[in-house]
Design a protein around this ligand. Structure first.
Ligand code: ATP
Ligand code: MG
Length: 412
C-alpha cells in the first residue's frame, strides 16, 4: 500500500496487479506483490531513491524495498506490434517486449484473465479488462486472446497454466487445454535457465504431486525430463515406478511443515530413475562397481538433462553426491557407518534412501536401521556396528527391491 500511495502522491497511476490481486480475492495469502504504473523506471527510481533497484535487461523493472519485502514495480507495457522487426522468432515466440503502453495494453499482454485484474487505490475498485472476475468465480484459467497465439508467444505459459491449475484448483479452459499436448514441443525454444527457474516454481509450490501428474497428462513433463518420462512409461517387475511421486509427496509435506527444501534434492529425485537404470546397466554389462557406475551414469544423465533444464553447478554437485552415497548405506559394520554419518551430505542422502525404501527399491529394514543408528547413543551405535550387516533383523521383503546392486562389493 505504501508503494502504491507513494507513486500516487508523486502524480502517477499505480495499481496492484497479478497474483497479489488474484490471491487476495480468493482469500489466499499472496506470495509476492506486483505493481503496475505509468511511471517509467527512472521515475520510479526518483520516487523511491535508495530503496529502489532497477533490474532486468530484457525489460527494466524496479524492485522497491518495503520493510522486509520487495515489491516489483513495472511500467505498463504493450504487446509489440508485428512490424516485421526482430522482436519474435519464426515460431512467433516473443523475444523482446519492452514497448511501453497504457494500462489496457498492459492488461492484454498478461497471460490469464485472472492475472490481469488491477486494484486501483484511487477509488478502491478492481479494474478488469477481460473476464477476470467471472473466471475467478468460476475457477477458470482462460488465456487473454487466442490461446494458440499466446502459447506461441511464450510457451512457458503452458507451464504456468499447469502451475496455477494445481495451486488454485482451477480448470484450464478447454480451448487452451486441447492445444497443450500438441504445442508442448515449443518448450524446446525456451532458454534452459528459464526452465530451471520455472521448475522450481512448479515443484516447490507445495503442490508438486498434482503438478507432476498434470505435466505428464499434458505431455509437458516429457519436454522437461525426457529420460525420466521414458522410465516412467515402463513397469519394473510389474510394479509402476513410484519413486518420483514419493519424492514429490515428501517435498510437499516438508513445505506444508515449513521445513526447508533444496533444488539439489528435488532434481536428484526427478532424475534418479534414469541414473539408477543406467548405473544398473554399467554394473551388469561393464562390471563397474556400484559407486563408479552411479558416478558415470550420474554425469551422463546430468549432461543430457542440462540441455533442457540448466541446473546450476552448485546444485548438480550435491545431486551427484546424493546419488553416489546410496551404496554406502549398505555397509553397516565397523567404522563405515560412523564415517558416512559425518559426511556433509549425509542428511540429504539419508532422506533420499528413505524414499528409495518407500518406493520398494531399498530394504525398509535398512532404512529403519539407519534411523535407529542416528538416534542411538555411542554405546548402542558401537554394538549396532559390531554385528555383521543386517544380522539378527528380519530380512523379510515387501517385494523384490529394485536396486542397482549386483554382487559388486561396496567401495568407498
Ligand atoms: P505467483 O506469484 O503466485 O506465482 P503471479 O500470477 O503473481 O503468481 P508472477 O510470475 O509473479 O505470477 O507474475 C506476475 C504477473 O505478471 C502475472 O500475474 C501475469 O499478469 C504477468 N505474467 C507473468 N508471467 C507472464 C507470462 N509469461 N506471460 C504473460 N504474463 C505474465
Ligand atoms: Mg507474483
Amino acid at each position: 500500500m505504501r508503494v502504491l500511495y507513494q507513486l500516487r502522491e508523486a502524480g502517477f497511476d499505480a495499481y496492484l496487479v497479478g497474483g497479489g490481486v488474484r490471491d487476495l480475492l480468493l482469500g489466499r495469502e499472496p506470495k509476492d506483490f506486483d505493481v503496475a504504473t505509468n511511471a517509467h523506471p527512472d521515475q520510479v527510481k526518483d520516487v523511491f531513491g535508495r530503496n529502489c533497484h532497477l533490474i532486468g535487461r530484457r525489460f527494466r523493472l524496479a524492485h522497491v524495498r518495503a520493510g522486509r519485502d520487495i515489491v516489483e514495480v513495472a511500467t505498463f507495457r504493450a504487446i509489440p506490434r508485428d512490424d516485421g522487426g526482430d522482436h519474435e522468432t519464426d515460431n512467433g515466440m516473443i523475444l523482446r517486449d519492452n514497448v511501453y503502453g497504457n494500462i489496457e495494453e498492459d492488461a492484454l499482454r498478461r497471460d490469464f484473465t485472472v492475472n490481469a485484474l488491477y486494484y486501483n487505490i484511487a477509488d478502491f475498485s478492481v479494474v478488469d479488462y477481460g473476464s477476470g472476475m467471472a473466471d475467478l468465480r468460476a475457477g477458470m484459467l482462460r488465456l487473454l486472446g487466442d490461446p494458440e497465439v499466446r502459447f506461441r508467444e511464450d510457451p512457458v505459459r503452458m507451464l504456468r497454466a499447469v502451475r496455477f491449475a494445481a495451486k488454485l484448483g482451477f480448470n484450464i479452459h478447454r480451448a487452451a487445454e486441447r492445444l497443450m499436448p500438441g504445442m508442448a514441443s515449443l518448450l524446446r525454444e525456451v532458454p534452459s535457465a528459464r526452465l530451471f527457474e520455472e521448475c522450481l516454481k512448479l515443484f516447490h509450490g507445495g503442490q508438486a504431486v498434482e503438478t507432476f501428474e498434470k505435466l505428464r497428462h499434458y505431455r509437458l513433463f516429457d519436454w522437461l525430463f525426457p529420460e525420466t518420462e521414458r522410465c516412467l512409461g515402463e513397469e519394473e517387475d510389474h510394479f509402476p515406478i513410484t519413486f518420483v511421486v514419493h519424492g514429490l509427496a515428501n517435498t510437499d509435506a516438508r513445505i506444508l511443515e515449513n521445513k526447508p527444501v533444496t533444488p539439489a534434492f528435488l532434481f536428484a529425485v526427478l532424475l534418479w530413475e534414469p541414473v539408477r537404470r543406467l548405473a544398473g546397466f554399467y554394473v551388469e554389462r561393464e562390471g563397474l562397481d556400484e559407486t563408479a557406475s552411479l558416478q558415470r551414469a550420474g554425469s551422463e544423465v546430468l549432461v543430457r538433462s542440462l540441455e533442457r533444464v540448466s541446473i546450476p553447478k552448485r546444485y548438480s554437485l550435491d545431486m551427484r553426491e546424493i546419488w553416489q552415497l546410496q551404496p554406502r548405506f549398505e555397509a553397516r559394520s565397523g567404522k563405515r557407518p560412523q564415517r558416512l554419518l559425518s559426511h556433509p551430505r549425509f542428511r540429504a542422502a539419508y532422506d533420499f534412501m528413505l524414499l528409495r525404501a518407500k518406493a520398494g527399491e531399498a530394504e525398509q529394514e535398512l532404512a529403519d536401521w539407519w534411523t535407529r543408528f542416528q538416534a542411538s547413543g555411542e554405546e548402542e551405535q558401537r554394538s549396532m556396528t559390531q554385528e555383521p550387516d543386517g544380522k539378527g533383523t528380519s530380512r523379510k521383503r515387501r517385494r523384490r527391491p529394485r536396486s542397482t546392486k549386483k554382487s559388486a562389493p561396496v567401495t568407498e
